[in-house]
Design a protein. Structure first.
Lengths: 219, 236
């Protein structure tokens, strides 16, 4: 499953585990599809997160056993899920009031590109023949208190995903707070990409060479 | 005496007219009123504008309505789904137009429409291609775009149970857009598995109050999109 050209840095599961470490106890969290979904497997001991799925459930639990579950209990990716004690159902306008009203603490999303000013592109590659589909991505980045991106550092073709300015259609302007990749943890600061942590076995020059904008060293 | 119960799905959709705007509840297959949609296909109304989060799956329910050539425009947030094959063809041929709306903006436009609010400002889509052509305004230092309320002629909804007053309860995440769609349409038609006696529903638990509902149809053992697709069904 790895998109890496070289077997360096964190795996998808290790990236998810690393993100989970930075989520405070009691957070209300919305997890995007893909690597973000894996975060639910790595809740640190002693912490409790409540998962929101924008189709109308707070208190989403893990998937049911293979072949189990029910067709009208699903998540935003339309996969069957379960509920945990303390869960609630609500309609879409209430669900997006939680998002747009700033009630959710954190959203973790994938990305096509993140710019050094925090602009995010993650809904469209802009190909003229593609049918556009946006879902709740623009609502989430506009409304949730903190936006984390978890993604491979580069595309399968080896192009940087962390760039000076996004070339793909934007999802939101200046919305990303932090980026977790296979190679590093990077904060979007007023001065640009601020390195927070290198993955084990990775050095600064290696990450800088794979980043499309200046990387600020840890001081 | 108030009694909103109608005998069958065909009678419930009999007056849908050509060119109508129809809001159809459901997110994927959860809450999709398949029997009402199939009755609408049989009824024959065409040139419809349909509001739904998606464009249906396989060749049943909403996808079958689109395949039958009855839908001239879709208003939705996510027209692509794993098993959605019908819409792409009609979209690329130009037969069915698409108005793409962010999911939360779609829900709020419907809610606003139902609440008599003609328009509102939201931060969603600021600075993106979906802001194009919309009015922008800065409020307390933050940029917002103007979005208009959305209303419809008919809402087709699937609930779990209802009473003769039109009070409706839903099943888990099948609730999704239905309560706001019920508010936003002139005629709201609900299919439920059970119609219970008036007074049997706990007023504390009613999700959609009867004032938003015009017709209730009992549909025992409703179909599920995924089951029909697995069985290879293509409607009609």
């Amino acid at each position: 499953m790895s998109n890496n050209q070289e077997a360096v840095g964190r795996t998808r599961d290790e990236m998810a585990e690393r993100v989970a470490l930075d989520i405070p106890d009691g957070s209300y969290v919305n997890l995007g599809i893909g690597i973000p979904e894996l975060i639910a497997k790595y809740v640190p001991a002693g912490r409790e997160f409540i998962y929101h799925t924008e189709n109308g459930l707070l208190g989403m639990g893990p998937p049911p056993e293979e072949g189990g579950g029910e067709p009208e209990l699903i998540n935003a990716g339309k996969r069957r899920v379960t509920v945990v004690p303390g869960a609630s159902y609500f309609h879409h306008a209430d669900s997006f009031a939680m998002i747009r009203g700033g009630h959710l603490d954190l959203c973790v999303l994938g990305a096509l590109q993140v710019a050094q000013n925090g602009d995010l592109a993650n809904w469209s590659t802009g190909q003229p023949d593609a049918i556009p589909a946006v879902g709740g991505a623009m609502d989430l980045v506009a409304g949730v208190k903190q936006i984390f991106v978890v993604t491979q550092h580069c595309t399968k073709q080896g192009e940087p995903k962390l760039v000076e300015a996004c070339t793909y259609p934007l999802t939101g302007l200046g919305v990303v707070n932090r980026v977790y990749t296979d190679l590093a943890v990077i904060e979007i600061s007023e001065r640009g990409f601020q390195l927070v942590e290198l993955s084990p076995g990775v050095d600064f020059d290696y990450v800088q060479a794979r980043t499309g904008a200046p990387l600020l060293a840890i001081e | 005496m108030i009694n909103k119960q109608i005998a069958g799905t065909a009678e419930a959709v009999a007056d849908v007219f050509d060119g109508a705007t129809i809001m159809i509840g459901g997110f994927g297959e959860a809450g999709s009123p398949i029997e009402l949609i199939h009755a609408l296909i049989d009824q024959g109304a065409t040139n419809l504008t349909v509001v739904n989060n998606n464009t249906g799956g396989g060749e049943v329910g909403l996808a079958a309505l689109i395949k039958a050539g009855r839908v001239s425009k879709m208003i939705c947030s996510f027209p692509r789904t794993a098993n959605s094959t019908v819409f792409p063809k009609l979209y690329h041929s130009g037969a069915t137009k698409l108005e793409l709306v962010p999911q939360g903006t779609l829900a709020e436009r419907i809610r606003a429409g139902g609440a008599g609010i003609p328009a509102f400002y939201t931060a969603t889509s600021v600075g993106t291609p979906l802001e194009e052509g919309k009015e922008r305004r800065t409020i307390d230092g933050r940029d917002y775009v103007l979005e208009y309320g959305l209303t419809g002629d008919f809402a087709l909804i699937r609930g779990r149970m209802a009473d003769r007053y039109g009070n409706v309860l839903y099943n888990k995440t099948a609730r999704n857009f239905s309560p706001v769609m019920a508010m936003a349409c002139k005629t709201t038609i609900v299919q439920v598995e059970d119609v219970v006696d008036g007074g049997e529903l706990d007023p504390e638990a009613v999700v959609t109050p009867g004032i938003f509902v015009n017709r209730v149809v009992e549909q025992k053992n409703p179909a599920y999109e995924s089951v029909l697709i697995a069985d290879g069904v293509s409607y009609p």
